[in-house]
Design a binder for this molecule. Structure first.
Ligand code: SAM
Length: 456
């Protein structure tokens, strides 16, 4: 397959001193598949995965010796881990190297977030007191992003569906912004050889222009001294180091250098003009796919967002409605999103009002359920929440019954002979999968049909 790598890409890479064209071609020819997962620290579980060594730059990340059918693992659907390419987990190393994991009240933006690899990572690595805004401009992809963050189970996340330009309405608001930009995708050639035919120099140019547009449109929302973590899965300088140069010259950013271990095989690179630092991942040097990342700090002065402008809204949530469903309800601010009652950590009430006033929210915090006028109808999101009251009626099931449940098939009533009638959690290896309603003569399966397992 090495022969089929685009000549124009290889020719350009050959001019780089850090590039070994033979080793690069050989690794593509071999086409090895590297599979890795990142565990959810909030949902420790007994996994059947063939975990081998940890990923050196991410302590929650593991290589697998074998790729299972993830769809047939209930613990995958329950959000105990995320299947993520190893190189991109480097973002966790960067967050920790910048000390943002220990900092309280960080406001983080993941601007190009679907399907949610970097967002679930940020949500785990940042402190619980931090707020993550996870944005995706494409509507259908924003839904997948919501599903993945719901699985992850944390309440300190807001998913938005906006064009990057909308973020200029929040000048000086964020402490850190991750821009994992849409790119020409050459870094994925080994994993997805089909992408090779799509590659062209014209597309690299188009992507490079779009990356500048995205960054120019959104950069005002970053505070002075706030961090920009820019990444792509492209090898092209036009989308990587040249963008770093442009950020330094046009938008007053400075390059931040982070120490890394030589043994990891990551290549430090510098931009042609301003010598801005970046990190290149070549698949013949690291156990992972092609990736580029650079860290910058905003040096231009940006007025810090003024919180005084916002008036607090009166809550229309019925008093006590979430009390028996949520662990420590007093820790949360409750609010209505459509017909549903949602929670976010109390300290985030004001931020939520600010975000709501300028962005289009797809999901905010955790959806606890719908208020019927008399009682709460629990949401699927609550079942997967890390803040559900674990005293709620629940039934542990075996693998076959768990898969039946996830396929939204009929559930055997005998499995629930020891539970009370009413709402009941279905649990596999101690981890919640979703809700059933136990009636005297049958079990109603409330697994959402949009995410049920199909054809397997
Ligand atoms: N960060 C994601 C993750 O780790 O799972 C992957 C992001 S992917 C590389 C780039 C994302 O940018 C895609 O979800 C794509 O829909 C979105 N995108 C495409 N065009 C865009 C644009 N003009 N502005 C902002 N985002 C865009």
């Amino acid at each position: 397959m090495g022969n089929f790598l685009p000549n124009e890409l290889i020719e350009r890479l050959r001019s780089r001193t850090d590039f070994d064209s033979e080793a690069f071609a050989e690794i593509h020819e071999r086409g090895d598949k590297v599979t890795s997962v990142r565990l959810n620290p909030a949902k420790p579980a007994k996994l059947d995965l063939a975990l081998s060594e940890t990923i050196p730059w991410c302590k929650e990340g593991y290589y697998l010796t074998d790729r299972p059918v993830f769809t047939l693992d209930p613990l995958y659907h329950a959000g105990t881990y995320y299947v993520q390419e190893a190189s991109s987990m480097f973002v966790s190393y960067i967050i920790r190297a910048l000390g943002l994991d220990h900092k309280e009240d960080v406001r983080a933006l993941d601007l190009c977030a679907a399907p949610g690899g970097k967002s679930t990572l940020l949500n785990s690595v940042l402190n619980n007191s931090s707020l993550l805004i996870s944005n995706e401009v494409i509507k259908s992809r924003a839904l997948i992003l919501v599903d993945n963050l719901v699985r992850w189970g944390n309440p300190n996340v807001v998913v938005t569906n906006n064009d990057p330009s909308a973020f200029s309405r929040l000048p000086g608001y964020f402490d850190v912004m991750v821009v994992d930009a849409p790119c020409s995708g050459s870094g994925m050639f080994r994993k997805d050889p089909g992408a090779i035919d799509e590659w062209s120099l014209a597309n690299v140019k188009l992507c490079s222009d779009r990356q500048r547009r995205i960054l120019a449109d959104a950069q005002a929302c970053l505070k002075t001294d706030g961090y920009l973590i820019y990444s792509t899965c492209s090898y092209s300088e036009e989308e990587n180091e040249d963008i770093v140069d442009w950020l330094i010259t046009t938008h007053g950013f400075e390059s931040i250098s982070v120490d890394i271990e030589d043994s990891w095989g990551i290549t430090k690179t510098r931009s042609r003009g301003k010598q801005g630092e970046g990190y290149r991942f070549y698949p013949h040097q690291v156990k992972g796919e092609g990736f580029f990342l650079s860290v910058l700090r905003k040096k231009t002065s940006e007025e810090t967002f003024s919180r005084r402008k916002i008036k607090k809204e009166k809550s229309d949530v019925p008093k006590g409605s979430i009390d028996k469903w949520v662990k420590d309800p007093s820790l949360f601010y409750t609010f209505m999103q459509g017909d549903n009652i949602h929670i976010v950590p109390k300290e985030m009430e004001e931020d939520l009002a600010i975000i709501r006033s300028v962005l289009y929210l797809k999901n905010a915090g955790t959806n606890v359920g719908k208020w019927s006028g008399r009682e709460l109808i629990p949401a699927h999101d609550l079942a997967l929440s890390n803040h559900i009251n674990m005293g709620i009626e629940a039934q542990e099931v075996d693998l076959d019954s768990a898969l039946n449940f996830l396929r939204k098939e009929t559930i055997d009533i005998d499995l629930f002979s020891n539970t009370k009638n009413g709402w009941c959690l279905v649990r596999y290896r101690g981890i919640n999968l979703g809700w059933v309603k136990v009636l005297s003569n049958r079990i109603n399966n409330y697994y959402p049909k949009e995410i049920r397992i199909m054809n397997l």
